[in-house]
Design a protein around this ligand. Structure first.
Ligand code: H79
Length: 469
């Protein structure tokens, strides 16, 4: 081959790689296979995060300080033998897997991600390779097995596990906490720790699966590398080929914004934590995880619960940017959701029962900005259906949909079972929808606008480059 043809071949290969690449971790599958694997998760848009473990016993309180959560062992510097005593106090007799699954489904959530193991190393399941598990507590019931069965029975909801790479308990995990003076690192073997972690993951995938997602975390310490992440990603996919894995499996996450620094990094989706990106990122999947109050794990004093309005608007905001919302509950040591969470899940569910169609299976907004709220969209026969999420109901009854050149076909309120037509008029490059005086929903009223043809709006959303770096 001469130099030109080599260059031509290289170009062709690069083009093929780009076309066939599923953005993250290209080699393993075609774009079509990647899309098929992620389809249910992209359609779901809304999931329940559950942080539950031994830290529910102290409930956020240690030595007179009350601002702890699932990090209590690290933040309060609790020595291992002292923390281990929580084992004998973990007896969540009110735990009812069917009831948890029922509440998640009633809230409109399509998947549950629960901590099989958090940073403290405690396994919420019956692990053959660890004594630091639920079988070492008076409860002696395999919580994850019960949840797996409850999800299977209920249907329409997928069970997923959060599994921490960082482990403050296993003797082979490194590094030690810098305040830990009583646990010498001598003799610790990180490769042996990886074998242990893989053994637990195999238990989880083969005995509780098929799972929806494996959600890794605690990947940021200097012992973990992108190479380990790629190996772990392949290992997990090898055990269940259609499983979805977050980007914290690798070592490329950039801070709390949660996107990987490189599109070849291991992992299927980005993980913004407690934050919603300014815009979506075309071609990148992501999920914002967020607490309802200020802690992931149960804290009996933490009453800083977000209003339902805030969470519903966040859900619409996230969907309008093409992301998922993973909303957290921290159950008590008795095994129940805090009443404030129960109430909020119920109210979110009431909205979803009416408006879920505007969230599930939708695509991101075609508009750059909407002064009164957000939008999502879906393809329909011969055109597009826009879901206009109206946060601020116009006082003059005129909803301005700016910069849209498609012909309107029909508009109606999603809450109106009769789908009575709202009148739509064109005014220059805007469509004006005439609305009733009162908003059907004080938090987010959804107006459906069907238009003809391929969506044609004035300004395409511009991705914020800073988010992908
Ligand atoms: O499980 C919940 C929390 O316990 C856990 N993630 C959620 C889902 C969590 N762990 N740590 N944090 C949240 C905050 C930690 C932030 C930091 Fe870093 C770790 C700052 C520096 C290292 C990760 C890497 C974020 C920025 C760089």
């Amino acid at each position: 081959m001469n130099r030109t043809s080599i260059r031509r071949w290289t170009c062709a290969l690069a083009l093929l790689a780009a076309l066939g690449s599923p953005s993250l971790f290209a080699q393993l599958e075609t774009r079509a296979a990647h899309d098929a694997r992620l389809q249910w998760w992209r359609d779901a848009r809304f999931g329940l995060f559950i942080h539950w473990g031994l830290y529910a016993v102290p409930a956020g309180e240690w030595n007179g300080k009350t601002n702890y959560g699932e990090w209590i062992r690290n933040n309060a510097h609790i020595p291992l033998p002292v923390y281990d005593k929580f084992l004998s106090q973990f007896n969540p007799v009110k735990f009812n897997a069917d009831e948890w699954v029922r509440m998640a489904k009633a809230a409109g959530m399509k998947y549950i991600v629960i901590t099989s193991k958090h940073h403290d190393g405690f396994a919420l399941f019956n692990s053959q390779v660890s004594d630091f598990d639920v079988m070492a507590t008076p409860f002696k019931r395999d919580i994850l097995k019960e949840l797996a069965e409850a999800c299977r029975k209920a249907g329409g909801i997928r069970l997923c596990f959060y599994h921490s790479i960082m482990d403050w308990h296993h003797p082979d995990y490194l590094p030690r906490r810098d305040w830990e003076t009583d646990r010498p690192a001598a003799g610790a073997n990180f490769d042996r720790y990886i074998q242990y972690m893989k053994a637990q993951l195999k238990e989880l995938i083969t005995s509780y699966g098929p799972l929806g997602v494996l959600w890794f975390d605690g990947e940021w310490e200097n012992t973990w590398t992108e190479a380990y992440g790629r190996d772990l990603y392949r290992y997990v996919r090898g055990l269940q080929p259609d499983i979805i894995i977050n980007n914290r499996v690798g070592a490329s996450r950039s801070g709390m914004e949660g996107f990987s620094q490189d599109k070849e990094s291991a992992g299927d989706f980005g993980t913004p934590e407690q934050t919603i990106p300014a815009t979506g990122v075309p071609g990148l999947d992501w999920e914002t995880c967020m607490t309802m109050n200020d802690n992931w794990g149960y804290n009996s004093r933490d009453k800083a619960f977000k209003p339902v309005r805030t969470m519903l608007r966040m859900l619409a905001d996230i969907a309008s940017k093409g992301g998922n919302y993973l909303l957290n509950v921290g159950p008590t040591a008795e095994g129940v959701f805090p009443p404030e969470s129960v109430e909020r899940l119920r109210e979110i569910g009431a909205w979803m029962a009416v408006n879920g169609e505007s969230i599930y299976g939708t695509q991101s907004s075609p508009f750059k900005k909407l002064d009164w709220g957000r939008s999502t969209q879906k393809a329909i026969e011969g055109g597009a259906r826009l879901y206009l999420h109206v946060f601020d109901w116009p006082a003059d009854g005129r909803l301005v949909v700016p910069g849209i050149f498609n012909a309107p076909k029909k508009a109606y309120l999603l809450s109106d079972a009769k789908k009575s037509a709202l009148s739509v008029a064109r005014q220059e490059d805007s469509l004006i929808i005439s609305l009733p005086a009162a908003a059907p929903d004080a938090n987010d009223s959804v107006v459906v606008l069907d238009v003809a043809g391929k969506i044609d709006v004035a300004k395409q959303p511009v991705p914020d480059a800073a988010l992908v770096r």
